[in-house]
Ligand binder design. Structure first.
Ligand code: PHE
Length: 347
């Protein structure tokens, strides 16, 4: 069989390239002509036995053929790329008249807004902010706070126990209030108070846990603890600080505050703080807002301080309760359902 002429090779290559429907098959076809064992390469190899003059003319012919093949290859490449682009443009057409999807904007949860507002108000009158563990040792949560061993709060019904033999054989539990932070913070700063006279003045907001669940109780809730210990802090300071806080938090001076005798093991005397709005939908009703009292001498001792010299007050308020009263929310469970229709009203 005689070798194909250069024209035959060119027209065959042109036909081959034209039949390639995509870039990969075109590159395969290219190898058949211009590759290491391709038709054109074979022709060049076949010139070995020609005379120098023949080589010149034959070589020039083959190179022309090679150029021609490369030109058709290039043209085919471009037209395939064009086709691909057009297909893409056609399939990806966008409808510019569609409404945009937008991106939802997040918001701060109403209870956390209360938390932040409390930090602002108490911060402005010199209170530090402290944070502490939610898994707490029995000693901080109960014993150091003067809770007798048989106090009902210790019972399995009220307290979530994590490990009955936690530290030194004493249980680890989910803190039932933020009051253990009184002990943690005061112990840490007792020395500064004794030696430098720097008052212990702190709030500790955070999560607390109790085995309790209905419209006004949630197994997880938030409290804010307040503690002020110095050489001559009295119950009058508690009244002043807390009343001022409530007026600023509820943004009205039209509210009354009363301290109703109560009992907590870690304060003596103890008081329940009630408030009453003079206007608005809750007008005229006494509402319980916080536990409070003068810190019990035994607890001051557990802070590492001399109760004959140092005295002070503490309070513990529910952040959900403050938020509910501020916004007139009737059911505490709304805070934890994650329903955007509710939450968006506070964003
Ligand atoms: N820890 C108490 C409670 O959770 C509140 C409280 C705090 C009372 C500080 C007095 C002083 O009910």
């Amino acid at each position: 069989m005689s070798a194909p002429s250069l024209e035959q090779i060119i027209s065959q290559a042109t036909a081959d390239f034209a039949s390639c429907a995509d870039a990969p098959s075109l590159e395969n076809a290219k190898a058949k002509y211009l590759g290491k064992t391709g038709a054109v390469t074979e022709l060049l190899k076949g010139m070995a036995q020609l005379s120098p003059d023949e080589k010149k003319t034959r070589g020039a012919d083959i190179n022309r053929a090679k150029d021609a093949i490369e030109a058709t290859l290039k043209a085919r490449r471009e037209s395939l790329a064009n086709d691909a682009l057009n297909a893409k443009l056609a399939s990806e057409s966008i409808d510019v008249t569609l409404p945009g999807r937008g991106r939802g904007v997040g918001g701060i949860h109403p209870v956390i807004q209360t938390w932040q507002r409390c930090e602002e108000i108490f911060g402005s009158i010199g209170f530090d902010v402290a944070d502490g563990p939610e898994i707490e040792a029995d000693w901080y949560n109960f014993t150091a706070l003067n809770n007798p061993p048989n106090h009902p709060a210790r019972s399995m019904q009220d307290t979530f126990y994590v490990d009955m033999n936690g530290t030194d054989g004493l249980p680890l539990l989910l803190r039932t209030h933020t009051s253990p932070m009184q002990v943690r913070y005061a112990k840490m700063h007792a020395n500064e108070l004794t030696t430098k006279g720097k008052a212990i003045k702190v709030i500790a907001p955070g999560r607390t846990y109790r085995v309790d669940s209905d419209a006004t109780h949630s197994p997880m809730f938030h409290q804010i603890e307040g503690l002020w210990i110095d050489e001559n802090i009295s119950f009058a300071d508690l009244k002043g600080v807390y009343t001022d806080f409530l007026r600023r938090f509820f943004e009205t001076v039209a509210l009354q505050v009363r301290f109703r005798p109560s009992y907590f093991p870690f304060t003596e005397p103890s008081a329940e703080i009630d408030m009453k709005f003079d206007s608005g939908p809750l007008k005229g009703k006494w509402l319980e807002i916080s536990g409070s009292g003068q810190v019990h001498p035994t607890v001051v001792k557990n802070f590492g301080l001399d109760p004959e010299r140092f005295i002070g007050f503490a309070f513990g308020s529910g952040l959900e309760r403050l938020t509910m009263l501020k916004h007139g929310i009737g059911d505490l469970r709304l805070f934890f359902e994650g329903d955007l229709r509710f939450l968006k009203q506070f964003a």
